[in-house]
Design a protein around this ligand. Structure first.
Ligand code: 5RP
Ligand code: CO
Length: 233
């Protein structure tokens, strides 16, 4: 299954409601929260996520690139937010945080930067609904895909198979028509795309093209399907 989650990082923040409407055929929307500490960039925080949740029916996938998610991540477990992703590198107790998120009805996801191994994540894979393998250094859109991250996906997909669990594997950074099939072959099933969607005149056409590149059928989460969420446990 190929799920496309456009990142609004490359959208027009002044015309965000319009740009959200343009990706209505996507499977979810990816919101990059950056604090200028964990990453060298600053985007937006909870008020913006709350407002976006009011105007879109798409399942929201919040990617927290912030220090101290143990303290802040639970704030994002609000209506309309399907999953909250925190970084392994910034979290004191990832298992405890994942359990708290799940207890609040939000899917829990853990992200790893390119330099972080996935051994510990693999060890506790049952605790997470999704693992985000960063295929660029977090902080900015428009960077080049790092194919060297593919063994991490293969390791986690094999581990999930061994455990008999269905965990979503997301990739984020440099996803295009050319790189999506590489990540899909390695085991990814949720694909974040910022510039490959919003860097073009017709985002809906780009979503369809990315799905086709993954060999996936159009599985658009039409408005009204949102409660089903974009990630299946
Ligand atoms: O988390 C991110 C950056 O840290 C973004 O989600 C990602 O970079 C999307 O942008 P693009 O598809 O243009 O690479
Ligand atoms: Co992201």
């Amino acid at each position: 299954m190929v799920r496309i989650h456009p990142s609004i990082l490359s959208a027009d923040f002044v015309n965000l409601e319009r740009d959200l409407a343009r990706i209505a055929t996507a499977d979810g929307v990816h919101l990059d929260v950056m604090d200028a500490h964990f990453v060298p960039n600053l985007t937006f925080g909870l008020p913006m996520v709350q407002r976006i949740a009011e105007v879109t029916d798409l399942p929201i996938d919040v990617h927290l690139m912030i220090d101290d998610p143990d303290t802040w991540a639970l704030q994002y477990a609000i209506g309309g937010v399907d999953s909250v992703t925190f970084h392994a590198e910034a979290t004191r107790d990832a298992v405890a945080l994942a359990r708290e998120l799940r207890a609040r009805g939000t899917r829990a996801a853990i992200a790893v930067k390119p330099g972080t191994e996935v051994d510990l994540v693999a060890e506790h894979l049952r605790e997470f609904d999704m693992v985000l393998i960063m295929t660029v250094e977090p902080g900015f859109g428009g960077q080049s895909f790092m194919p060297g991250m593919m063994p991490k996906l293969e390791t986690l997909r094999a581990r999930a198979r061994d455990l008999g669990i269905d965990v979503a594997l997301q990739v984020d950074g440099g996803i295009t028509d050319d790189t999506l099939p590489i990540a899909a072959a390695a085991g990814a099933d949720v694909f974040v795309a910022g510039s490959a969607v919003y860097g073009h005149a017709d985002p809906a056409e780009r979503i369809a093209a990315l799905r086709a590149a993954g060999g996936g059928e159009a599985v658009a989460a039409a408005a009204g399907d949102a409660p089903a969420g974009s990630l299946e446990r």
